[in-house]
Design a protein around this ligand. Structure first.
Ligand code: BTN
Length: 261
């Protein structure tokens, strides 16, 4: 079934903030993040939102794959935004992005530091989506590529580290274009706000959806030894706060993964 993307509506809402902004939809690409990073490295610095109806080599954090179930167009929403950005501090950007996406879509969506969208229920944690942020310096500008992947319809758990959730479980009429229509303009506004302020003003909204707060967690990887403790929110800069027997530790490394223990 052909998908009808709200490209014009998104452009109308965003171009007053970003005059060179464009929206592009591709039927298929390896990865919207990879495609925009290639364009950025080739010198393209105009802000763009690129949607792929199908990704053949979607990427996640820490070199992982982002798998779209069966590659059916519209089964997942996969897109990336590239734009020049000069924030006072980059830390907490994925948390601000996650907060914006969750707030645009549903009150029940929770955020798992630093880049996952989760549904957390009595039966356990399930992953609805993820965020992949990459940056590149080009022509004396710092460009950011923010990629978002969201399951829209039912999908199997095969090959996934965390069982999947999908948006239609919360919003039965959800489609990939309708979800993009809700979240795109607020996301661009969030990125521009983050550029002015950094993470601090997003902290309260993040913490209202923090899936780890009060839970025992294991922090794996990074330079430090494995760390076990109780997650107790995030710092004004977006670091995960972990209460150990001795003290509260701030976890900032992009290289760590955090698991509820
Ligand atoms: C993660 O869960 O580790 C992050 C997943 C990010 C997936 C999105 S899908 C759109 C964009 N293109 C990619 O290749 N990755 C991101």
């Amino acid at each position: 079934m052909a998908l009808h993307w709200p490209s014009e509506d998104i452009w109308q809402a965003v171009y007053p903030l970003l005059p060179d902004f464009t929206v592009e939809v591709l039927p298929e690409v390896d990865s919207t993040n990879s495609e925009l990073m290639r364009r950025v490295r080739a010198g393209q610095t105009a802000p763009v939102l690129l949607v792929a109806e199908r990704q053949t080599a979607g990427r996640g954090r820490l070199g992982r794959q982002w798998l779209s179930d069966g590659g059916t167009a519209g089964a997942a929403l996969t897109f990336s935004v590239a734009l020049p950005l000069v924030p006072p501090d980059w830390s907490g950007l994925s948390l601000a992005v996650g907060t914006s996406v969750a707030e645009s879509l549903h009150p029940s969506i929770r955020l798992k530091w630093p880049n996952d969208l989760w549904l957390t229920e009595a039966e356990g944690d399930r992953k609805l989506g993820g965020i992949l942020i990459e940056t590149a310096a080009v022509a004396e500008q710092r460009m950011v590529v923010v990629g978002v992947g969201l399951n829209i319809g039912p999908r199997s758990a095969e090959g996934l580290a965390t069982p999947p959730a999908w948006l239609a479980q919360l919003w039965p009429e959800a489609t990939a274009p309708a979800a993009l229509g809700r979240l795109a303009a607020p996301l661009l506004q969030t990125l521009l706000r983050f550029e002015r302020t950094g993470f601090a003003p997003f902290r309260t909204a993040f913490e209202a959806r923090d899936a780890l707060r009060g839970r025992r967690v294991s922090v794996l990887g990074g330079s430090a030894d494995a760390l076990d403790g109780v997650a107790c929110g995030v710092s004004p800069g977006g670091a995960l706060l972990v209460q150990t027997d001795a003290c509260i530790k701030e976890v900032t490394s992009a290289e760590v993964s955090v698991r509820p223990a």
